[in-house]
Design a protein around this ligand. Structure first.
Ligand code: SAH
Length: 409
């Protein structure tokens, strides 16, 4: 494929102009160098076709004197919008939807928002699409809840793109760098889309976390769970569980899953996802993962496997310390940042764990990120001597903690 014409201005692709095979080699070396003290990296799993993989596409809208409406990304480190018509890594239909929204704005008299003056209506457009379901969600981020002739606008847009299954207005009237505000108003369809991952169905709401590259995510989750060699009797924790994807996929392979996630909306989605997939051996808790794990350790609960998938900043010392108190037989660490992964491995390998296997996955071709998965095994048997399983039901425990929290506030 030709080099991207926007590359210099956009700056979104760290590996622009680098042959894909070379990108993979460099990313693997990056992870391997960082993990060298702990474990060898077996391989990196790349994509057969590394283009147009992003299923979440965002465009900032603005107005430029003499040029009119612009829609695209902020030039790196600035607030100038680079006008982009299409992108090599974004879903092509999503790009077309954004182009057509831009085209329709004039006849519907919709003004793009002006950040400096705080004037205008349309700030951002977010398009999310299901990889298997091909459902499309359009989120119009507006500075004001009123979109003139909204029904006709949706009609005109759906005439061009019948694949759009839902349209949501998100209101962001704050002068912040955040794309989405807190309020959503569904103006067409259900207000969310669904997608499938590893044979399970998941709901994607405007703001819920869902991996941007579902094709590679399926490969990552399958291989990660294979690495854990689950036997069916385990009680596992899915920490930083988001909308419950990993835990729900793992549920049929284990006895019980406990998911923990900070974001309350994500937990709501997770509960819904479990119900939708008729997964019954799973429960979700909305708490800081570190605090939750500490509480489990305090209660002398038994956990066989901890699966952790923290954000880029990695895990916390509190969390890692609780892992080394709970002493699960295995820890499966899925990471989107090899730097913090290496930091956390240093901690775990100093306190009773051995990194047994590591594989890197390219979920972000052309971009400067890489995903990794490491399986750690317990080497010392401290836990077997010092812990006795207490028969506390998690639901009871949660209610107690919840009540405590309420009285604290
Ligand atoms: N496992 C999920 C989500 C991974 S993204 C998936 O694959 O889809 C990381 C998640 O960690 C986000 O959902 C974020 O909200 C959550 N998170 C961030 N800090 C957290 C914390 N301190 N405790 C619990 N969850 C946290």
């Amino acid at each position: 494929m030709e080099n991207c014409v926007y590359a210099k201005k956009c700056g979104g692709c760290a590996y622009q102009g680098v042959e894909y095979k070379k990108q993979l080699k460099r990313k693997k070396k990056w992870v391997a160098d960082l993990l060298k003290p702990y474990c060898e990296v077996e391989r990196i799993v790349g994509m057969e076709d590394p283009y147009h993989y992003r299923h979440k596409v965002h465009a900032a809208f603005g107005h430029v004197k003499g040029k009119g409406i612009v829609a695209g990304v902020y030039k790196e480190g600035t607030h100038h919008i680079v006008d982009i018509d299409s992108c090599q890594i974004e879903n092509e239909k999503a790009d077309a939807i954004i182009r057509d929204i831009k085209g329709l704005m004039g006849s519907f008299k919709i003004k793009a928002y002006d950040e400096d003056k705080g004037f205008g209506l349309l700030r951002h457009v977010l398009v999310r699409c299901g990889y298997h379901t091909k459902e499309y969600m359009v989120v119009l981020v507006l500075a004001d809840p009123i979109l003139p002739s909204k029904n006709n606008f949706v009609k005109a847009l759906r005439k061009l793109h019948p694949e759009i299954s839902t349209v949501v207005i998100n209101i962001n009237d704050k002068r912040t760098g955040m794309v989405l505000g807190e309020r959503n108003i569904t103006i067409y369809g259900k207000g969310y889309i669904e997608d499938e991952l590893c044979g399970r169905r998941f709901r994607i709401s405007p703001s819920s976390f869902y991996q941007v590259n579902p094709e590679q995510t399926e490969i990552l989750y399958r291989e990660a769970l294979d690495m854990a060699e689950l036997k069916g009797r385990e009680r596992i924790v899915d920490a930083y569980c988001g909308t419950g994807t990993i835990g729900i996929i793992a549920a049929e392979k284990v006895k019980e899953v406990i998911g923990v996630e900070l974001n309350k909306d994500a937990v709501r989605d997770a509960l819904n996802n479990a119900r939708m997939n008729q997964v019954k051996n799973i429960s979700f808790y909305s708490q800081d993962a570190g605090k939750f794990l500490c509480a489990l350790a305090d209660q002398k609960e038994t956990v066989d496997v901890v699966i952790m998938d923290p954000p880029r900043s990695g895990s916390s010392e509190e969390f890692l310390n609780a892992v080394t108190t709970l002493m699960p037989e295995k820890v499966l660490y899925i990471s989107c940042n090899p730097e913090t992964l290496a930091r956390d491995l240093k901690y775990l390998t100093a306190k009773g764990y051995r990194a047994k296997k590591a594989v890197a996955f390219d979920l972000f071709p052309f971009a400067g990120h890489v995903e990794s998965c490491v399986l750690l095994e317990r080497v010392s048997n401290r836990k077997a001597d010092s812990y006795v399983k207490l028969n506390v039901k998690m639901e009871d425990y949660y209610r107690i903690k919840d009540a405590e929290k309420k009285t604290d506030e």
